[in-house]
Design a protein around this ligand. Structure first.
Ligand SMILES: Cc1cc2nc3c(=O)[nH]c(=O)nc-3n(C[C@H](O)[C@H](O)[C@H](O)COP(=O)(O)OP(=O)(O)OC[C@H]3O[C@@H](n4cnc5c(N)ncnc54)[C@H](O)[C@@H]3O)c2cc1C
Length: 252
């Protein structure tokens, strides 16, 4: 089973820069212990995992999580890392989908102390380490890797190098809304007016003025959102070679 939909940036792809060996998928499956779990939004579950012998990740990378039923059936899904590399625990945020096999299980069944199989960190393409001036745009659960980038930016004193644009239907639906607001992120709410911005989907006006000095763009979210945001970045003059996209589409 794979959950990399067509077109998703594949860390094993030969397109784009080669993945340095240190960024290749690391090791085998590890057994993580759930140190904490809560439900910060109506349709979101946040997991704090203690991963033994964890390999340091880079902001933007993800893990694969594998569930195994008593009859041996397995389901694997990818989840972006929300925590900073400096965090001793691994934090994931999962949007709970209607009839979602894995997200529903994490939401309804998993408790502190439970063990989960994980493998990672994975990905060498959708990664921001603080060197380059960047604009990062995410919507829905697509904001999760941006949380890791933000936390890392704070750790290394590079918040000036990262411009964040985060979207959801409403403020209550936006994962990590308080943290993004405190960081000065630009909020794009499709169904709610916010701070003088009328409700509406991401548009050129939201990004105009934010790209000055930006050397790289990161876009993360559903296939439709990713398409819209990357076209907007290109139309506003960003070199398409510098636009890195991660799509969280339906699993095939
Ligand atoms: C690199 C990568 C990183 C990811 N990071 C995150 C993350 O940080 N947080 C997160 O919540 N998800 C993330 N995802 C998506 C995640 O891997 C799963 O696809 C998602 O949790 C749904 O799994 P499920 O088993 O609950 O739903 P499924 O049982 O697979 O599907 C249930 C229903 O929802 C639809 N569906 C499946 N996935 C999605 C989706 N992403 N959006 C809308 N509809 C969908 C299906 O078509 C189906 O109708 C990531 C995906 C990738 C490729």
């Amino acid at each position: 089973m794979t959950d990399l939909p067509a077109g998703t940036d594949d860390p094993h792809s030969t397109d784009g820069p080669a993945v340095p060996a240190v960024l290749a998928p690391v090791g085998g499956w590890r057994t993580a212990t759930v140190a904490g779990i809560d439900h910060p939004t109506a349709h979101g579950v946040r997991l704090r995992l203690d991963v033994p012998d964890r390999v340091d990740h880079l902001p933007g990378q993800h893990y694969v999580l594998r569930l195994t039923a008593p009859d041996g059936y397995t389901a694997t899904r990818s989840y972006s890392i929300a925590s900073a590399p400096s965090d001793p625990l691994l934090e994931l945020f999962v949007e709970v989908l209607p009839d979602g096999e894995v997200s529903g299980f994490l939401d309804e069944v998993v408790e502190p102390g439970d063990e989960l199989e994980v493998r990672g960190p994975i990905g060498g393409w959708f990664v921001w380490t603080g060197e380059r001036q960047a604009v990062a745009i995410g919507a829905g659960s697509g904001v999760v890797p941006l949380v890791s980038m933000l936390r890392h930016a704070r750790d290394v004193g590079r918040t000036d190098a990262l411009t964040l644009v985060t979207g959801a239907r409403t403020l209550a639906d936006l994962p990590y809304a308080d943290e993004f607001r405190a960081a000065g992120a630009h909020l794009v709410l499709s169904r709610e007016d916010h701070d003088g911005r009328p409700a509406g989907r991401l548009a050129a006006a939201d990004l105009a003025g934010l790209l000055t000095g930006a050397e790289r763009g990161f876009v993360c979210g559903s296939a439709g959102f990713a398409e819209t945001a990357s076209v907007l970045l290109a139309d506003l003059g960003m070199d398409v070679q510098q636009i890195r996209v991660e799509r969280f589409g339906p699993t095939s």
